[in-house]
Design a binder for this molecule. Structure first.
Ligand code: KG4
Ligand code: ZN
Length: 519
């Protein structure tokens, strides 16, 4: 599985970079101060890092003379992560910057004895132009000087090498897109270049909802208003781009809380008018699926997607990300995350409930109490085979606790939490795996905040392994609501050559999942 994210480096990456630098270059490693200097904000320097589940596994940097040429300064991958295509992905990110700044050529030097690296660079379009004898001392190894000429355009007129995420015909390759997400309580601003994540800023109003035990729409909408501008500024700063560099803006226009959606949509329209940039209105749920392009370069289809959060519980059949998304089922009452929040509340645990239940359930026995599994009886299979219901489960837990308390019994909160969690997880995974089997789809993608649940991840992994289903779980900050997924989906639309949305689309709290883009 390839869960590695490529993102722009920052000064706080210095320690982790130096570990790989020393391991890779030994006595010729750059001193810490030199690397620190390289990482300082500087429009002529672009460093990227590769992250695997929070661990730094590689980095690379390019120095650019805008409109002229670029130099690959360094690139290194931690030894145990070589052979995973990370060098290529880092190179692609650096070359994308060079292209966007209209560099005519890019240079690099590589050890003559490093055949693997040379063949990677050749496959990206580099050619040897020189050899410097004994350049690497003290080992006395020659340096091969290579050049990539962007002015050698291919037949499609696209300058430069073919990068991993080949653009769809007719679309712009590697567009720089800013995405705005405001459908629930997270204000998310993401910036991507093609399939490369440059910034993912999230401001959550969760704390303001805590005392109500759930998201309060008016509070969420007001919080979006306050958070949007600073979040946009921060994202632009992180990505080291300006609004004028953008190729497009993308925004969630549904489904979600109407008032919350309207804040994002209004801001996106204003931004599009002010900058003259094309605007893409995209579907939040499809965004959760599209986010996989940031880790894999594409969404492999067909795939079943199980999206579970505080706002939604949906099972999708995705035959094509942009053109064919089918809703197989969804919750007919509470969302899965909402059930966690409500049950946590009645057990006297805090908000949000998911992590609290997870904690309380750690020492509990999941088989202690047999709570109902909603919509799993034979009679439900006709109309509700892939639908979910959690309100009966919540009531059953409330009843059970009431009875125990009225009898004055000293019951175990851990057992109740574990048994409740088991009931939710079994239904979610059971229906998702059944959908994969019934539709002959060997892939399952998870998304939404409930994916943080340890038990859900473990049961999903075990059941998928048994059934030969490939399980995809994006990094957690890409699973919870975020702007990067909206930017990523917007970029896919741009690359596919889709027309921008008009400014007439509206926020639609019940937008169907079949409508990937609103015109
Ligand atoms: O996707 P998300 O951040 O956004 C909203 O839907 O607002 O999901 C938040 C939801 C909450 O209901 C929270 O209780 C749930 O995800 N959640 C969890 C866990 N962590 C968060 N549910 C179960 N187990 C967890 N560990
Ligand atoms: Zn969501």
């Amino acid at each position: 599985m390839n869960d590695v994210i490529i993102r722009v480096a920052s000064e706080s990456d210095l320690d982790a970079i130096m570990v790989i630098e020393h391991a890779s270059f030994g006595s010729t490693a750059w001193p810490r101060e030199s690397m620190a200097f390289e990482l300082e904000p500087n429009p002529a320097r672009h460093y990227f890092v590769a992250h695997d589940a929070g661990t730094m596994v590689g980095y690379g940097g390019i120095s650019l003379v805008a409109g002229h040429h670029g130099d690959i300064m360094t690139i290194a991958i931690a030894a145990e992560h070589r052979g995973r295509g990370l060098g290529r992905r880092l190179m692609n990110s650096m070359l994308e910057v060079a292209k966007s700044q209209k560099a005519a050529e890019v240079f690099l030097e590589v050890r003559a004895d490093n055949e693997v690296a040379q063949s990677l660079y050749r496959s990206l379009g580099f050619e040897q132009i020189d050899l410097r004898r004994g350049y690497y001392q003290p080992e006395n190894i020659d340096a091969v000087i290579m050049k990539l000429d962007f002015t050698n355009t291919d037949s499609s007129g696209t300058p430069g090498p073919r990068v991993a995420a080949a653009p769809a015909t007719g679309g712009k390759s590697d567009p720089l897109v800013l995405g705005i997400e405001s459908s629930c309580d997270e204000t998310g601003i993401g910036i991507v270049r093609g399939t490369t994540l440059l910034a993912n800023v999230i401001a959550s109003s969760m704390d303001q909802h805590a005392r109500f035990g759930g998201v309060v729409p008016e509070i969420a909408a007001r919080a979006h208003l306050e958070a949007l501008q600073p979040a946009i500024r921060e994202a632009l700063k992180t990505a080291q781009v300006s609004l004028l560099d953008l190729d497009a803006i993308a925004v969630t226009n549904g489904p979600g809380l109407a008032g919350a959606l309207m804040v994002g949509v209004g801001a996106a329209k204003a931004l599009a008018v002010a900058t003259g940039k094309p605007l893409y209105a995209v579907n939040h749920l499809v965004g959760h699926v599209g986010v996989d392009v940031l880790e894999r370069g594409e969404v492999q289809t067909p795939t079943i997607a199980l999206l579970v959060s505080g706002g939604h519980t949906s099972l999708l059949l995705v035959r094509d990300l942009l053109d064919d998304v089918e809703l197989l089922g969804e919750t007919i009452d509470d969302a899965a995350g909402e059930a966690f929040d409500k049950v946590a509340r009645l057990l006297g645990l805090g908000y949000p409930g998911g992590p609290q239940i997870d904690k309380a359930a750690a020492d509990g026995n999941p088989a202690a109490i047999r709570f109902p599994r909603g919509l799993t009886l034979p009679k439900d299979m006709d109309k509700h085979r892939y639908d979910f219901s959690f309100s009966g489960l919540k009531t059953a837990v409330a009843r059970w606790v009431e009875v125990a308390e009225s009898k004055g019994e000293d019951f175990s909160v851990a057992d109740v939490a574990a048994s409740f969690r088991e009931a939710v997880v079994e239904v979610l995974v059971g229906k998702a795996v059944a959908a994969c089997q019934a539709h002959n789809v060997p892939r399952l993608l998870l998304g939404g905040g409930v994916v943080a649940n340890r038990r859900l991840r473990d049961v999903a992994a075990a059941r998928c392994a048994e059934s030969d289903i490939e399980l995809r779980i994006p990094a957690l900050d890409l699973c919870t609501d975020n702007g990067a997924m909206i930017a990523a989906l917007g970029a896919q639309l741009v690359m596919a050559g889709r027309e921008a949305s008009s400014l007439n689309f509206a926020a639609d709290s019940t937008l169907p999942v079949t409508q990937v883009q609103s015109i």
